[in-house]
Design a protein around this ligand. Structure first.
Ligand SMILES: *Cc1c(COP(=O)(O)O)cnc(C)c1O
Length: 458
């Protein structure tokens, strides 16, 4: 097998700034040891997120110039609508400025007190939009998805038996819809199998509950199905994606992921009455239904991106580059969530730095050291992001896992950038005994990870 190469050549480049260890030490201190407070300019390799950080193609940039900025009935909207309909088969296509705007519109119609929304795992904005309406967001991930060391092909699957039981317990009238997130972002970017979507749909159909996909990484999920699920090896990724959507009644989508753009999203569905309500809400907060908070040029870029994302050379390179990073780390015994997902590698901070207790944020300590050692920006997904205080004892309650996410932007970095990331990671791993615990000295009451200030514990 030959090396899988980047399936593009580079026409426009953006320089990255090299800094010294001492400079980074200073910069990090000034940012209170919180990578969200770094100036992006001071980062060499930015693996904070894969959201909105994709490199657009020459055709997407050309599309930006073609964008029709008419307030109503823009030509760009019709191109966008045609592409989304052809891909998803859904009857109504409603553009929004991001994925969360689609979520907000959907859940403010179907949510509310006493309602329950099951999902394999809610992404944090999805959960927030469900809970904001007073409804309850319930994660029903399959058992194997909860074990970071276990290698399995579809660790993002929803637990179909638990779903059936859940519906019988709560009553179908209290469950306006079920969601499945493809791939499961919060669970490490793990894919969901077609079989699982089909079985979930069967149960839901029996109870007359619609199924919606959180489709942010639909193409990465479809490619995993092609690679791993029996009967799909010879199908095109486009057909696999179409089959996934055909099992659902609608979807919410952040175009900042698998539409290869820097901003945008949409809500697509079959239900006429729900679509009419959604358009009314859209007009209040996002805009007229043929632009929904986006410029005509953004709609062009999304339409083009949705075509390019299904290129199987691209997807082979994409999935392989994450796997490549994972393989190199695993070969050197660096503990990661297995197997590598579609968009990121997650370090298991509990095994990486076992001498740091969870209440001293082992993940945050690794994040800081990766920046100091190599100018790499990553993010803690553990007690900093999801830790809660016990209302009585005021003690920190940690989530089950302490992770550090290295998210890979699409089409941005080459294999030598990834090799460099591996070198820095191994360097930090070899001297892991020197990592020190941290404490929070200032924090906001909600979503504290964005603005918290840290210090090293004594
Ligand atoms: C990013 C993301 C969202 C929210 O999309 P935004 O465009 O950031 O608002 C929802 N669900 C999943 C799984 C995501 O990854």
């Amino acid at each position: 097998m030959k090396t899988i190469i980047e399936p593009f050549k580079i026409k426009s480049v953006e320089p990255i700034k090299f800094t010294t260890y001492q400079q980074r030490e200073q910069t990090l201190k000034k940012a209170f040891y919180n990578p969200f407070m770094l100036h992006a300019d001071d980062v060499l390799i930015d693996l904070l997120t894969d959201s909105g950080t994709s490199a657009m193609s020459a055709k997407q940039w050309a599309g930006m110039m073609e964008g029709d900025e008419s307030y109503a009935g823009s030509k760009s909207f019709f191109r966008f609508e045609t592409v989304v309909k052809e891909l998803t088969g859904f009857k109504h296509v409603i553009p929004t400025h991001q994925g969360r705007a689609a979520e907000r519109i959907l859940f403010s119609i179907v949510g509310g007190k006493g309602k329950f929304i099951p999902n394999n795992t809610h992404f944090d904005t999805t959960r927030a939009n469900v809970e904001f309406t007073g409804a309850e967001a319930v994660d029903l991930l399959c058992e194997i998805g909860k074990h970071p060391e276990t290698v399995a092909p579809f660790k993002g699957d929803i637990d179909v038996l638990a779903l059936d039981r859940f519906i019988q317990e709560k009553g179908r009238e209290n469950i306006p819809l079920c969601m499945i997130t493809i791939t499961n972002n919060s669970g490490g970017g793990q894919p969901v199998s077609m079989k699982n979507i089909r079985e979930a749909k069967k149960v839901l159909k029996r109870h007359r509950i619609p199924l919606f996909l959180d489709a942010c990484r639909f193409a990465e999920n479809a490619y995993f199905i092609k690679l791993r699920e029996k009967g799909y090896a010879n199908k095109s990724v486009r057909n696999i994606a179409q089959e996934m959507f055909s099992l659902a009644d609608g979807c919410t989508m952040s175009a900042k992921k698998d539409a290869l753009v820097n901003i945008g999203g949409f809500f697509a569905l079959n239900d006429d009455a729900l679509a009419a309500k959604a358009r009314n809400l859209l007009i209040i907060t996002e805009g007229f239904p043929t632009y929904g908070g986006l410029a005509g040029r953004d709609l062009e870029a999304i339409a083009q991106g949705l075509e390019e994302i299904l290129d199987e050379h691209y997807l082979q390179y994409r999935i392989r580059s994450i796997e490549y990073l994972g393989e190199k780390l695993t070969a050197s015994k660096v503990p990661i969530v297995q197997p590598p997902g579609g968009h990121a590698i997650y370090l298991d901070a509990k095994r990486f730095a076992p001498h740091i207790p969870t209440w001293q944020y082992p993940g945050q300590s690794i994040v800081c050291e990766l920046y100091r050692a190599g100018g790499i920006r990553s993010v803690e997904i553990g007690s900093v992001m999801f830790g809660k205080y016990d209302p009585q004892t005021k003690k920190l309650i940690s989530p089950p896992m302490e992770l550090v996410r290295l998210a890979i932007p699409r089409r941005v970095y080459t294999q030598s950038h990834i090799d460099y990331v591996v070198e820095i990671l191994l360097e930090v791993f070899e001297s892991r005994n020197r990592l020190k615990g941290m404490k929070i000295v200032e924090e906001a009451p909600t979503l504290r990870h964005f603005t918290a200030k840290f210090k090293y514990a004594a």
